[in-house]
Design a protein around this ligand. Structure first.
Ligand code: FPP
Length: 253
């Protein structure tokens, strides 16, 4: 399947090199509401269409050889939305997991959740635990679903944990290094993001992966998330491969 993607070589189609595939890609799945409104449909239809797209993109990311895909499903700030939209999103996430986890499992995808999961309903917490458990030993793409996630909330929680460890004498202040902090975050296994994708013409990070995006490359598109395809993902990866990443250093001679 990987070969098929690389072979598509018509002038309009993005070509990616099999070298230099971003290891960790993060996506802010934005524009569901606007997509629906433009079609005269309720916002909920946009979220539903967005969930369908996510399934395709997970498989596309795995085919390309991306190791981790982290997607923003519900932020710590999204609770401010009307109760009806919040409860729709919660049931959509539940339905998404119930309908797709076996499929992901068959495709060797490992599912992990990041965020304040204990702040979700008991029922959703159970489904989340089951999804993680079922797919725990899969060796393909790791899909990290950010639910009730906020970058600041994540950092605050990590700081509290570290303060407790210092107080109990199990951690010295000198032990607190950048790699130690990374390990205290929800994303401990896949921390640094290589490529951040945000559709829908908004150019901000919206409290997503604040620590992990330090040296990420950003790619934006005017497409709304429900219009996003595997082809769009290839386009983003192709653009990433043209970037020169210096991590604060100088270009290599
Ligand atoms: C942002 O678009 C999108 C969200 C807040 C929810 C994203 C959720 C999904 C794609 C559903 C499936 C999710 C999972 C994790 C299975 P918006 O509503 O802010 O759109 P707008 O900016 O056009 O209003």
């Amino acid at each position: 399947m990987l070969k098929t993607l690389f072979k598509r070589s018509s002038a309009e189609k993005p070509i990616i090199e099999d070298q230099n595939i971003p290891r960790h890609v993060a996506i802010i799945m934005d524009g569901n509401g606007r997509w629906a409104k433009r079609r005269g449909m309720p916002r909920s239809m946009g979220h539903r269409a967005g969930a369908d797209v996510l399934k395709q993109i997970v498989i596309g990311a795995d085919e390309i050889g991306i190791k981790a895909l982290t997607v923003y499903g519900f932020s710590t700030e999204n609770w401010k939305r009307p109760e009806q939209e919040v409860s729709f999103l919660m049931s959509l996430i539940k339905e998404y997991l119930q309908n797709n986890v076996s499929y992901m499992h068959e495709h060797n995808v490992r599912i992990r959740f990041i965020g304040h999961i204990h702040g979700l309903s008991e029922e959703l917490q159970e489904i989340i635990a089951e999804s993680e458990e079922l797919t725990a030993n899969n060796t393909g793409l790791t899909l990290q679903l950010a639910i009730n996630y906020g970058g600041r909330d994540e950092i605050v929680r990590a700081m509290r944990k570290m303060v407790e460890s210092v107080k109990s004498g199990t951690l010295q202040s000198d032990d607190i290094t950048e790699s130690y902090v990374s390990e205290q975050l929800f994303t401990k296994e896949f921390s640094d993001v290589d490529l951040l994708i945000r559709p829908s013409s908004d150019y901000r990070i919206s409290n997503f992966l604040l620590w992990q995006l330090a040296y990420a490359e950003f790619w934006f598109t005017s497409l709304h998330w429900p219009e996003f395809t595997k082809e769009t993902l290839l386009e983003a990866v192709a653009a990433y491969q043209k970037r020169e990443r210096r991590f604060g250093g100088l270009q290599e001679e």
